[in-house]
Design a protein around this ligand. Structure first.
Ligand code: KIV
Ligand code: ZN
Length: 517
């Protein structure tokens, strides 16, 4: 059996489906490109039949990604599989992932079918998917609670029907490591054709055991792990990519299992996913939490100063964290910024130095010293700039105080037209939002969440506003960053408006295509 574990990333599917607001096509592509740099083997890019936006993003990702296999999810239904085939066939090679539930509770209550009927549906779906590609994955949803005899029968039938990967999900995160490892062991002992497919696992984290269960599974022969960056996903999330990858790397001498993950990219990937998905990472999260490599107690600090390995089992550098030793101010030249970004792991192809340097100088004038997290934030927002944004903020002036009515004036580019409007509100942000909505001549959106955070440390931190809006029955994210709270808020609204505009464009293109069929 191979010593290589395939890393199947489902951040853009299982992770994305659990977000409070969906990502747009561009954001999904940005994450997919990051996953490719991170070295994942398979990228599950979405569920094409679920929405026009998902279909378009799976297609775009399949078009752009060259060094990972792109995969789409489908129920065991022909129309889902056809949507996957159509979205993915722009790539030379791709994977279709089809699934059906196998536990008694799902088969009886959810599907209301007999076990024989479910096997038949699975076999039919796999054979249909094989018409599009020879890389077909089949999942037995809720395998963790499936009777082992039926699971063995289903796995054998799936492999006979042409599945090249068979996935064993612990869909509800119910099993414990010895039990889950035992399920994999049983499959290896009892399924006669098991050597014809890769056995994969997909563990949810409801009891906090997703990584431990995935590890137990590979110790018993599974060779694909399905996971997400920062462990995002349904409910308590999925197996965390960075935790399982660093476990295999750090404990290589004991486990002897390899992956293709380039661990130095982990920190960047975690930040990008957290920012775009608007999902903060807990401070003490293993590998990527802000405290993961900081030592607090005097005894620990003393130990680390004498020898890092006293309290560190891996180095911060191994996951791409580099400590800043340069003092970045408005006197720092372009080459210094380029050099520091390089040290932080960003290649020159990932940003426009002119843009970043201009933003850096503006920020340095306002803040004095610019820190790594400021530089990374500038980079992030530079990458988010909608190249051909429909709405652009040109001017903002807001006033507020005690005993005065807050008011704001804004100038916004609406396509090619420059529009200036003023309004009042119950605070300066509200006044500015009202002025923008007036400028764009009304927009049928509801603000369902507005969060203000500080990005960085102390008084010099930047304001970061994240908003979630509901528009046409869907939720969209927006983020804005500035030294000024009102400006950050307004930028987040402009960001979200561009997201809704993009979604409308995709829906319209889809309508035109359907009408033209
Ligand atoms: O958790 C699960 O069972 C899934 C399947 C679709 C693989 O996400
Ligand atoms: Zn799942």
């Amino acid at each position: 059996m191979s010593d290589q574990v395939i890393i199947f990333d489902t951040t853009l599917r299982d992770g994305e489906q659990a977000l409070p607001a969906s990502l747009n096509v561009r954001e999904k592509l940005q994450i997919a490109l990051m996953l490719e740099r991170l070295g994942v083997d398979v990228i599950e890019a979405g569920f094409p039949v679920s929405s026009p936006g998902d279909f378009e993003s799976v297609k775009l990702i399949a078009q752009e990604i060259k060094n990972a296999r792109v995969c789409g999810l489908s129920r065991a239904l022909e129309k889902d599989i056809d949507a996957c085939g159509q979205a993915l066939s722009v790539a030379d090679a791709f994977r279709i992932h089809t699934f059906i539930a196998t536990s008694d509770i799902h088969v009886g209550t959810k599907l209301r079918k007999s076990q024989d009927e479910v096997v038949e549906m699975a076999v039919k779906a796999i054979k249909h998917a094989r018409k599009y590609t020879d890389d077909v994955e089949f999942s037995c949803e809720d395998a963790g609670r499936t009777h082992i005899d039926y699971l063995c029968r289903m796995v054998e039938s799936a492999i006979n029907a042409g599945a090249t990967t068979v996935n064993i999900p612990d869909t509800v995160g119910y099993t414990i490591p010895s039990e889950f490892g035992g399920i994999i062991q049983n499959l290896y002992n009892r399924v006669p054709n098991i050597d014809k497919a890769v056995i994969s696992v997909h563990c949810h984290n409801d009891l906090g055991l997703a990584v431990a269960n995935s590890l137990a599974a590979v110790e018993h022969g599974a060779r694909q792990i399905e996971c997400t960056v920062n462990g995002i996903g349904e409910r308590a999330g999925n197996c965390s990519l960075e935790e399982i990858a660093m476990t295999l790397q750090t404990r290589y001498a004991k486990l002897g299992l390899d992956t293709n993950i380039k661990s130095q990219e982990i920190h960047k990937a975690s930040k990008l996913v957290s920012q775009l998905c608007n999902m903060p990472v807990q401070m003490n999260k293993a590998i990527v939490g802000a405290n993961a490599f900081s030592h607090s107690s005097g005894i620990h600090q003393d130990g680390v100063l004498k020898g890092e390995n006293t309290y560190e089992i891996m180095t911060p550098e191994s996951v791409g964290i580099n400590k800043n030793v340069l003092n970045l101010t408005s006197r720092s030249g372009r080459h210094v910024i380029k050099h520091r970004l390089g040290e932080l792991g960003y290649g020159t192809d990932e940003y426009d130095l002119d843009n970043i340097y201009t933003s850096f100088l503006k920020l340095a004038d306002k803040k004095g010293q610019v820190f790594d997290y400021d530089l990374e934030a500038l980079l992030f927002f530079d990458q988010q700039k909608h190249e051909q944004a429909y709405y652009k903020l040109q001017y903002l002036h807001a006033t507020s105080g005690q005993n005065i009515i807050p008011s704001a004036t804004v100038t916004v580019m609406v396509g090619e037209e420059e529009v200036t409007e003023a309004s009042t509100g119950n605070g300066p942000v509200d006044a500015a939002f009202n002025a923008i909505i007036k400028a764009i001549k009304g927009h049928d959106l509801d603000i369902v969440d507005f969060k203000l955070d500080s990005k960085g440390e102390g008084a010099g931190a930047l304001a970061q506003v994240s908003v979630i809006v509901e528009y046409n029955g869907r939720r969209f994210n927006g983020i804005g960053l500035a030294t000024d709270i009102v400006e950050a808020g307004v930028k987040s609204l402009i960001f979200v408006l561009n997201n809704t505009y993009l979604a409308d464009q995709i829906d319209q293109q889809k309508q035109v295509k359907i009408a033209g069929v």
